[in-house]
Structures are given as C-alpha cells and as structure tokens.
Design a protein around this ligand. Structure first.
Ligand SMILES: [Zn+2]
Length: 278
C-alpha cells in the first residue's frame, strides 16, 4: 500500500487514494488536464447538480423531515443545503404561482383592499391617496403589485426564522434540538409549503374548480393545503425530534395552525412596506 501512495501537491503528505487525508486536496487524474477530460467533467458536473436538485425536491416532499435529519447528522453530500432548497422553492414559487390562481404570498392590491380583515380601512386610505394624486386605481394597482412582488420575495425569507422560534419553543423543555437545528427544519418546512402546497396543491385545486368543484375562494385552497401541511409536519416532527406519532401530530397542529395568523401578518406588513415605497 505504501508504494501506491503519492505525495500531496499541496502539503506533501503521502496520499493513498484520490483525496489527501491531511488537507483535503484532490489529486489530478492521469489525463485530467486535456480539453476532452475537462469537457467530460463539466458535463458530469452539470448532471450531478441536476441529480441533487431532483433528489432534494423528492426527499423534501416524500420523506418529510428527511433533509433536515440528514443535514443535522452530517450527511450532506447527497442533497442541496437548506438555504439552496429554500431559494429553489422561492424562485419556483414566484415563477409558477400565477398559474395556480391563488395569491397567498403575492398579495395584490385587489386582494389587500377587498378580501382581508383589515381591507375596509386600507381601501379608504388608498382612495384618499388617489383622490389627492389624481392617479387611477388601475395605474396605481400595476405599480403597487410590481413592487409588492419584489418585497414578497425577501419577506418570505422571514417565515423560516419565525417557524424556527415556534419549533424551538415547542421543544424547550426536552431540548432535543438546538435553535439552529430548528431553523434547518423550519427552512425545509417553508420550502415544502411553497413547492408542494402552494404550487402543486393549489394548482390541483384550481383544476378541480375548473372541473366543477364549488369554490369559496381562499377557504377552498386552505381546506386542501392545511391537511397536507399538517400531515407532512407530523411525519417530519416524528422523524426529526424522534417523537411519538401522537405528540408529533399535536405539535404539527400548532405549527400548521400558526399559518393563518402568519399569513395575515405577512400580508399586512407587505401592504405597508409596499404602500410607503410606491
Ligand atoms: Zn495535502
């Protein structure tokens, strides 16, 4: 074995395999510095990334909590990092959300001043402002919605720490996981919510409505998305915190129920940020 090891080009330690055990350097292969080998590596790299993306999305949806569990026990090469999963979900959401017909995190001006608990007051505010400036509601809505979109992308990032605090508080007495670990699970939870609930789930709801399912607006959407979210959350908490099914289900109900006040708060904050900047 000793005769087969080569000196590491970076630190000179003997290297028996492909990677230096002392500094982590990867040793060059025999023909590696040829154009052909480089192209092959590039292609391989692209497919590899692709494989990781698909595998991460699959695990996110169908092995609830699996991404977080593996990440926190240190098994990290097979999947994207939590932040990458979140960014992927975020981009996918804003790209594909218009096709679902639901505006959960997008929150257009119409939705804000017509369909919220606080709509009446805001509608009055907007009317007064337009009366003073002479701008039409349609023109204002176009400007408002474009700006709201760009803020929504950033504001969505706040959902993960918000849920992390909730997860951490629920785990406070047992302290099975640190806050950072809770943040990892919360990040995956929000990513799941965006991709599987608000893209795939709501798209299915919209198609069902097209085929005759009676629609009560956002309530119909919630009737589908909340049970899915609760089920995912139960399985994820059971795996991640090693809880019994009953305890996991009860905590999942708390986490899922939080979505309603969080969405209201989120939209309200988004309205004001947007309103003061357009
Ligand atoms: Zn080395």
């Amino acid at each position: 074995m000793e005769s087969q090891s080569r000196p590491c080009p970076s630190c000179a330690a003997p290297v028996p395999g492909a990677y230096c055990g002392a500094c982590g350097e990867r040793l060059l292969g025999a023909d590696e510095l040829t154009v052909r080998a480089q192209l092959a590596q590039l292609v391989n790299g692209l497919f590899n990334i692709d494989g990781r993306v698909l595998r991460s999305l699959f695990t996110l949806g169908f092995r609830p909590g699996g991404l977080s569990y593996d990440y926190c026990r240190g098994a990290r090469v097979k999947h994207l990092k939590p932040v990458q999963v979140f960014l992927l979900a975020n981009v996918a959401y804003f790209l594909l959300q218009p096709y679902t017909g639901f505006n959960t995190f997008r929150s257009t001006l119409t939705l804000q001043i017509e369909q919220q608990l606080y709509s009446e007051q805001l509608a009055e505010l907007v009317r007064a402002r337009l009366a003073a400036s002479g701008e039409s509601l349609a023109d204002f809505a176009v400007r408002f919605d474009a700006r709201a979109d760009s803020y929504a992308r950033s504001l969505l990032i706040l959902l993960a720490p918000l849920y992390a605090v909730a997860l951490w508080a629920l785990d406070l007495r047992a302290r099975r996981r640190t806050f950072v670990e809770a943040l990892v699970l919360a990040t995956h939870f929000v990513a799941f919510m965006l991709v599987y609930n608000y893209l795939l789930g709501l798209n299915a709801v919209r198609m069902a409505i097209d085929f005759g399912l009676p629609s009560y607006g956002e309530i119909t959407g919630s009737m589908v998305t909340l049970p899915i979210l609760w089920l995912w959350c139960t399985l994820a908490l059971r795996r991640f915190y090693e809880l019994s099914s009953a305890r996991a289900a009860a905590r999942a109900a708390v986490i899922t129920g939080l979505l309603l006040p969080i969405v209201v708060l989120y939209r309200f904050v988004l309205f004001w940020i947007t309103y003061w900047s357009v």
